[in-house]
Ligand binder design. Structure first.
Ligand code: CA
Length: 222
């Protein structure tokens, strides 16, 4: 999952970026409202965390612009303007969730998890369970028969992306786009290595290869 964080407080971004990355999200960070308004058109973000008071262009106008243009990615508004009328304006402009400052990073992480699940039609159950695979997002492991199967950070992010997009044919390029931020060099061989490790740990059939096209998550389907 790839997130866009739009926030002009450097101190807050410095706190949130490592936290979000440790949760397995690829994150791009922008400070200026005009840059952010354009960025959501250029790249495929799975969700946006959007501050409202921004240099260049205000967050509500950006959000309105995205929605008017038909961009439907989930947007969580993060702001110090937290009166009921601000919340109504934000939700009215197309925000999916709203978090007033100050807030605890744990709450942001949980709200994002719910938002991303919901936007992919998955339940907000403690474990993400798809096609017989149960992923513990908080502990970044797979639960099977009461045991943990541990995953590396890269394996966890890839498996979660597959599980939130079951049945979809995903090319290596699409996977890289959603798993790596702009500042990371995209190497599709790394994805092949992660897939091979996931098959070793969880079963050969868990991810199907369509030669020349990409991959489909099958889980434990017969
Ligand atoms: Ca601000």
């Amino acid at each position: 999952m790839r997130l866009l964080l739009v926030e002009d407080s450097v101190a807050l971004a410095d706190e949130l970026l490592p936290r979000l990355r440790s949760e397995g999200y690829a994150c791009d960070w922008l400070v200026d409202g005009r840059d952010a308004a354009r960025a959501a058109f250029d790249d495929s973000y799975d969700a946006v965390v959007l501050d409202l008071g921004l240099p260049g262009k205000n967050g509500l106008d950006i959000l309105q612009e995205w929605r008017d243009a038909g961009l439907g990615m989930p947007v969580l508004v993060l702001t110090a303007r937290n009166t009921w009328s601000d919340r109504i304006a934000g939700l009215g402009a197309g925000a999916d969730d709203y978090l007033g400052k100050p807030f605890h990073p744990d709450e942001l992480v949980l709200r994002l998890r719910t938002l991303l699940r919901r936007s992919h039609g998955a339940d907000s159950t403690p474990l993400l369970t798809v096609n017989g695979i149960a992923l513990d997002e908080a502990r970044q492991c797979v639960r099977r028969d009461g045991d943990d199967i541990s995953l590396t950070g890269g394996e966890f992010s890839l498996l979660r992306y597959f599980m939130l997009n079951p049945r979809r044919l995903l090319s290596k390029w699409q996977l890289a786009e959603h798993l790596y931020s702009l500042d990371v060099e995209r190497n599709s061989n790394v994805i092949e290595v992660h897939i091979s490790h996931l098959r070793d740990k969880l079963g050969k059939g868990i991810i199907e290869t369509r030669r020349g096209q990409g991959y489909v998550f099958r889980g434990l389907l017969p």
